[in-house]
Design a protein around this ligand. Structure first.
Ligand SMILES: NC(=O)c1ccc[n+]([C@@H]2O[C@H](COP(=O)([O-])OP(=O)(O)OC[C@H]3O[C@@H](n4cnc5c(N)ncnc54)[C@H](OP(=O)(O)O)[C@@H]3O)[C@@H](O)[C@H]2O)c1
Length: 295
């Protein structure tokens, strides 16, 4: 029976991983109180005491705008924390599974980013996530790094829940329509990552380690995402009133952190290597909303 140490158990992806990983072994899951990634000695003690075969790091500082005002804190959690996990994984022979972001790119591309595309993060959050990726690779531990994007779920803070809440009180919503990406359900990420991990463990192939893009397929804008949330929700609840939506530009919605205008990721590497295909973003959204409506 493999021992799997999971961080960030209450996050969107971490919550789903508790279930998705349970078929692969015994999951020992921690929240930020039990394991603070900003405390290197606590990380080392916990890993050494629990002697996991697999470490899955779903914890991260994800408040992209707040990160601009505390870059040292975000780097401690997203950069240094994974670095320590990787050192411990390397020392013990454990496999490290980690999650990263489309925000490692500057968004100047007009075609989907490959795993090998040059990175150039625009924000403190993006820089800290890139630090985490590079530290894991440099450590030479056995690792899988999944870059994902625009994550939502029926828990936590995310765009889908924000839209559904705003629709209750606001008749008109202005939504950014010039940033392109792939909305991705946390459950799809967890299921995809667990499949890849399972196949990697069985194949024992060193060349499988590395970075993989892992997002739902196709792409849209925040405006397109909001429109789909409301249309699909109204299919479930005919009494739901869709607010009027106004498409605006990024310039009209200034935020502390700069975000890439284009951050679509190319998923062909994970598809070819592991036959893992996450669903179309709209299909995943429909399933997530169905679950919300029926629970
Ligand atoms: N959210 C997105 O749109 C998005 C997009 C691309 C990539 N990603 C990446 O996907 C992964 C999962 O993201 P998510 O959306 O599931 O994040 P999330 O919902 O914000 O959850 C992150 C979890 O990390 C924990 N955490 C925060 N600071 C910590 C610390 N100092 N020590 C230990 N744990 C800490 C939090 O624990 P507590 O709840 O206990 O505070 C929280 O449960 C992350 O690597 C993220 O960078 C996310």
């Amino acid at each position: 029976m493999k021992r799997i140490l999971l961080t960030g158990k209450n996050g969107q992806v971490g919550w789903e991983l508790q279930r998705a990983l349970s078929v692969l072994g015994e999951v020992i899951a921690f929240d930020s109180k039990a394991l603070n990634l900003a405390e290197p000695s606590a990380i080392r003690s916990l890993v050494q005491a629990s002697r996991p075969h697999i470490i899955v790091n779903a914890a991260a500082y994800t408040a992209v705008d707040k990160a601009e005002s505390e870059p040292e804190v975000v780097d401690a959690v997203n950069g240094k924390g994974p670095e320590i996990l990787a050192e411990e994984a390397r020392r013990s022979g454990a496999t490290l599974v980690h999650f990263s972001t489309d925000y490692v790119f500057d968004g100047k591309s007009s075609t989907p980013y490959l795993e090998t595309s040059p990175t150039a993060p625009l924000s403190a959050y993006g820089k800290s996530k890139l630090h985490g990726e590079q530290a894991i690779i440099d450590s030479q531990c056995k690792h899988l790094i999944f870059r994902t994007s625009w994550v939502y779920a029926n828990r936590g803070k995310n765009f889908m829940l924000t839209m559904l809440n705003l629709a209750r009180s606001k008749p008109l919503l202005s939504i950014v329509n010039d940033q392109r990406g792939a909305p991705t359900w946390a459950r799809s990420i967890a299921e995809g990552a667990a499949q890849v991990l399972s196949r990697t463990l069985n194949s024992h192939q060193e060349e499988s380690w590395g970075i993989y893009n892992l997002t739902c397929s196709d792409q849209t804008t925040w405006f397109g995402f909001a429109s789909a949330i409301f249309e699909l929700y109204r299919n479930l609840d005919p009494n739901f009133t869709i607010p009027e939506l106004k498409a605006i530009t990024t310039k009209e919605y200034p935020t502390p952190a700069q975000r890439p205008l284009y951050s679509v990721l190319d998923n062909r590497k994970v598809q070819n290597a592991f036959h893992v295909n996450l669903p179309h973003w709209k299909r995943a959204l429909e399933l997530c909303l169905q679950e919300r409506f029926t629970s």
